[in-house]
Design a protein around this ligand. Structure first.
Ligand code: ATP
Ligand code: MG
Length: 387
C-alpha cells in the first residue's frame, strides 16, 4: 500500500497568470529546490494540478522542509501529510495518522475534496465516513464544523490521494526571478532591508548597494549589511551586495555645499551611483526604504530634490507604511536586531546640525552641476569592479 510523506505547496496567485504560468511554475520549482538543497534536503519535487509536491523520507524531514517552504516567495500555503493509495482504507489510516500528529487537540473536522468524480464517495460522504472512523479511533474528541482545533484535509486528485492536517499560510507573492532585477540602496537601518524584501516578494531579483563611511569611519556598517543579507536569505534573499567606501565623497560634498543641503547631495550621489550600477547590471529600477515624513530627508520637497537625478524608476515600497508596521516586518524577517545595533556609517558622518526639510529643487540642481559627479560615479563603479 502506498504511503509517502509529502508536502503540498500551493500557489494561488500564480494560478492567475495565464500564459506566463509555465514560466512562473518553473521558477518556483527551481527556487523551492534551491531552498531545500541549501539546507541539505535534496528532496524530489514534482508538479500536480495547480500545486507542487515535495516528497520527504520521514515526518521529521517533512517538518524541516515545511518550515523552510513557508518563507519562499510565490508559495501561498504549505501542507504536510501523506500521499496514500486511493482506497477508503488507506484514506482512513492516513487521516488518522495526520490527526494524531496534531495532538493535543479537543475537536476536529474532516474537509474532503474530490477533483474527479469517479471516486465512489462524494465529498460529503467522505467527510462523514472518515469523520466517523476518526471518532472511533480517537478518544474523547468531538467533531466541530466551526473553528475546530484540527482539520483533516482529504484530497482526491486524478489517481492520487492526499491526507494532511498540518497546513499553514505561507509568505505569498511571486517567485524570485520572475520580475527582473532591481538595485536597492541598502543601509544597515530598519527600513531599506524591509523595502528590499518587499520587492523580492514580488518576484524581483534584488541587488543591494550599500554606502559605508569608510575610510572616514570603520567599515562596520558593511558588516551589518552582510548580516542583513544573511537574515534575508531564507526569505528569497538578495542576489548580491555591493559596498561603496563613501567617506571621501562625503567629505568632498561637505566641503563644497551649504551644510543644510549635505544629506540631499549625499543622497543624489547615491542615486546616481545606483542608477549607473543598475544600467550596467541590466536592472530596471532602484529601490529605497523611504517612508513619507518619517525623517527630515523624507519630505516631499526633499524626495523631489533627490529624485530628479534618477534616470530609472525609483520604487519606494514603504512610502505609505507606518514605522510600527515596518518594525513588525523587520522582526519577522530577523533584521530588526541587526538594524538596531548602533554603528558608525555614512549616515553619522559629516551630518548637518539643521538639515534642510524643504530643499529648493533649483538650488540643489545648481549645486549638483558644480560637483564632479560624473567623475565620482565612474570612480566608484571602478572601485566596485575591484572588490
Ligand atoms: P533606513 O532605515 O533604510 O536606513 P532611514 O529611515 O534611515 O532609512 P534615510 O537615512 O533618509 O532613512 O535613508 C533613506 C533611504 O536612502 C534608505 O531607506 C536607503 O534606501 C537609502 N540609504 C540611506 N543611507 C544609505 C546607505 N548608507 N547606503 C545605501 N543606501 C542608503
Ligand atoms: Mg538609515
Amino acid at each position: 500500500m502506498l504511503r509517502k510523506h509529502v508536502l503540498l505547496v500551493h500557489y494561488h496567485e500564480l494560478g492567475l497568470k495565464g500564459r506566463n504560468r509555465p514560466k512562473f511554475e518553473r521558477q518556483l520549482i527551481t527556487n523551492v529546490k534551491q531552498t531545500l538543497n541549501k539546507s541539505g534536503l535534496a528532496l524530489e519535487v514534482s508538479r500536480t494540478s495547480g500545486r507542487l509536491l515535495v516528497f520527504a523520507q520521514s515526518f521529521e524531514q517533512g517538518l524541516e522542509a515545511f518550515e523552510l517552504l513557508l518563507k519562499v516567495p510565490g508559495v501561498a500555503r504549505v501542507s504536510l501529510g501523506e500521499k496514500v493509495s486511493r482506497t477508503l482504507e488507506s484514506l482512513n489510516d492516513g487521516a488518522l495518522r495526520a490527526l494524531v500528529s496534531c495532538e493535543p487537540f479537543g475537536s476536529f473536522r474532516v474537509s474532503a475534496r474530490r477533483a474527479n468524480t469517479d471516486f465512489e464517495l462524494d465529498s460529503m460522504e467522505l467527510n462523514r465516513v472518515i469523520g466517523s472512523y476518526l471518532m472511533e479511533h480517537t478518544e474523547a474528541k468531538t467533531v466541530r464544523m466551526k473553528d475546530p482545533d484540527a482539520t483533516v484535509f482529504v484530497e482526491i486528485i486524478k489517481n492520487e490521494a492526499y491526507v494532511y492536517a498540518r497546513s499553514a499560510p505561507a509568505v505569498g507573492g511571486l517567485p524570485v526571478g520572475t520580475a527582473g532585477t532591481l538595485v536597492c540602496l541598502l543601509s544597515s537601518g530598519l527600513d531599506s532591508p524591509v523595502a528590499a524584501w518587499q520587492m523580492v516578494r514580488r518576484g524581483a531579483r534584488v541587488i543591494g548597494l550599500h554606502f559605508s563611511g569608510a575610510p572616514e569611519t570603520p567599515d562596520s556598517s558593511s558588516v551589518l549589511v552582510g548580516e542583513i543579507a544573511g537574515a534575508l536569505e531564507p526569505f528569497g534573499g538578495l542576489a548580491d551586495v555591493y559596498c561603496v567606501h563613501f567617506g571621501v565623497y562625503q567629505r568632498a560634498i561637505a566641503l563644497a555645499v551649504p551644510e543644510k543641503l549635505r544629506i540631499i547631495l549625499y543622497r543624489r550621489l547615491m542615486f546616481a551611483v545606483g542608477g549607473a550600477l543598475a544600467v550596467r547590471l541590466g536592472a530596471k529600477g532602484l529601490v529605497t526604504g523611504e517612508s513619507l515624513g518619517q525623517v527630515a530627508s523624507q519630505t516631499l520637497d526633499n524626495i523631489l530634490a533627490v529624485d530628479t537625478v534618477a534616470t530609472l524608476p525609483v520604487f519606494r515600497p514603504l512610502i505609505g507604511t507606518d514605522k510600527q508596521d515596518i518594525i513588525k516586518q523587520a522582526q519577522q524577517l530577523g533584521t530588526f536586531d541587526i538594524s538596531t545595533r548602533s554603528t558608525d556609517d555614512c549616515c553619522t558622518l559629516f551630518m548637518p546640525r539643521n538639515p534642510e526639510t524643504h530643499a529648493s529643487l533649483e538650488e540643489v540642481e545648481a549645486i549638483w552641476q558644480t560637483l564632479p559627479h560624473e567623475q565620482w560615479v565612474e570612480e566608484i563603479l571602478r572601485s566596485l569592479d575591484q572588490r
